[in-house]
Design a protein around this ligand. Structure first.
Ligand code: SAM
Ligand code: SF4
Ligand code: F3S
Length: 442
């Protein structure tokens, strides 16, 4: 079989990782990746259910597909990811253009499901939670990613059940991949040219495989020659234990940016959300990090206008942002998710909600802008990842994940180099490459 597959990925980094692993898997049954969706014999939509009208977006995407392929042979249409998990066979019943529905913990079955479909033409839904079999399967199929910065999922699922969140329902219970399996995959990625590994999990700092924790994993990864940078995301404040904080004392490769979603600055709202942490415990974590290395910065996620959030509660969030000076943060309007504890709570007036979002974003953006301005005329370390789409500049990232653009030759790709920052905007730093003696080199 010589077929082409196109995957459209929505959602978080874990979905991106999954899409890459699906490409690795279906290659074994003759499917090559195509970047041109019109060429595809198989079109897979990897969906996200976290906010908004997730389900409707999927049907809309299928409607778009129908138009694109009206005069062509219909591709095999697969819906995967978190909406697939939430909706099961309902998707096939509602939209006959969809052929297969596959939940995130059933991707190890993708090859046999496709082959079966080709033989029997029977529509199928696979949404069992079977993380062990999935990762066993994928550990046997090598990760073919050849990027300078690569994702590596080490943990999936969630047992915390924040009242707003669908993840425990779409990804299932917390599961940590075997320690050695993770190290093997990391080594393979490094052999393939990766320089940065970003460890992923819905609760990555809850990683615990037979007593081996995330701190152990980082210290072990650190020993692999060829790894330049290590990051991990997303963490929960409750699992930010001292052993993990202490790793920042010893590690030379762990980057000084901690993404630690707080969601709200009000203890009352945190309790309503079932977050299992308070602002006091959050700030204690922040202080511990600052004591180890004052260069460490925090980024966060915020949910705005959670049911019950008063003006006073909201002001607490603004106060927290002033206090911690987060960088690179995300803020979202509360979106009621079906099946969650908060799904039927009365939502806050739309006008007020938008006003609050704008105020939070203004503050976060100002912080980001100020931080970027303060970097101008300084020299920073940048891991060069690739060229910009128009090929005119090199693209890399600072230690804090900020995009950096500058001129230079392809020889720098994959290296950590010194860049002098000349100007900046909210999201990007612009500079020139500098050698050890502070001379311009490109
Ligand atoms: N596990 C992470 C944690 O506990 O912070 C979060 C993972 S979730 C995939 C990413 C972010 O989506 C959350 O931090 C939250 O801010 C946002 N989010 C989740 N459910 C939401 C909802 N119902 N409405 C708005 N934002 C939501
Ligand atoms: Fe969702 Fe994170 Fe809460 Fe789990 S800990 S329910 S993934 S927000
Ligand atoms: Fe979305 Fe599922 Fe990730 S709901 S954010 S794709 S875990």
């Amino acid at each position: 079989m010589n077929q082409k597959i196109f995957i459209k990925t929505f959602g978080c980094q874990m979905n991106e990782y999954d899409s890459n692993r699906i490409y690795d898997s279906v290659k074994k049954i003759g499917y090559e990746k195509t970047n041109n969706h019109e060429d595809a014999n198989c079109y897979l939509i990897n969906t996200c259910h976290i906010r908004d009208k997730a389900k409707e977006k999927v049907y809309h995407e299928v409607g778009r597909l129908k138009k694109i392929f009206r005069t062509k042979i219909k591709p095999l249409v697969i819906v995967a990811g978190c909406v697939a998990q939430a909706e099961h066979e309902e998707m096939i019943n509602r939209e006959p253009y969809i052929d297969l529905v596959l939940g995130p913990q059933a991707y190890h079955k993708i090859n046999e499901t496709i082959l079966n479909y080709h033989i029997k033409k029977k529509k199928l839904e696979e949404t069992e939670f079977d993380a062990i079999s999935k990762f066993d399967y994928f550990s046997k199929i090598k990760n073919q990613t050849k990027k300078i910065s690569s994702y590596l999922t080490i943990q999936e699922g969630c047992d915390k059940f924040c009242h707003f969140c669908v993840v425990p329902y779409t990804r299932g219970p917390e599961y940590s991949r075997p320690f050695v399996q993770v190290l093997d995959e990391a080594k393979h990625l490094i052999d393939n040219g990766s320089k940065e590994i970003i460890l992923l999990g819905q609760n990555v700092n809850a990683y615990n495989f037979e007593g081996f924790k995330l701190s152990d994993l980082i210290l072990e990864l650190e020993k692999i020659s060829g790894i330049e940078r290590i990051r991990y995301t997303t963490s929960h404040p409750k699992d930010m234990t001292n052993d993990l904080i202490d790793v920042y004392k010893y590690s030379k490769k762990l980057m000084p940016l901690v993404h630690l979603p707080v969601q709200s600055g009000s203890d009352k709202v945190l309790e309503l959300m079932n977050r299992k942490h308070t602002i006091k415990t959050y700030l204690e974590i922040f202080d511990k990090f600052k004591k180890i290395n004052p260069k460490i910065k925090f980024s966060s996620d915020f949910i705005i206008a959670y049911p019950g959030e008063t003006d006073i509660d909201f002001n607490e969030t603004l106060k927290l942002i002033d206090n911690v000076k987060f960088i690179n943060s995300f803020s979202f309007i509360f979106s009621p998710r079906p099946g969650t504890a908060a799904s039927d709570l009365p939502v806050i007036d739309k006008k007020k909600t938008i006003e609050r979002l704008e105020l939070v974003q203004q503050k976060l953006f100002m912080n980001q802008l100020k931080i970027n301005k303060s970097i101008e005329n300084t020299i920073i370390d940048v891991l060069v990842e690739n060229r910009t789409d128009d090929k005119s500049k090199l693209f890399g990232r600072s230690e804090y994940m900020t995009s950096v653009l500058f001129e230079g030759s392809d020889d720098f790709i994959g290296k950590v180099i010194k860049v002098k920052i000349q100007s900046s905007n909210q999201n990007t730093l612009f500079g020139e490459i500098i050698d050890q003696s502070n001379q311009r080199v490109a």
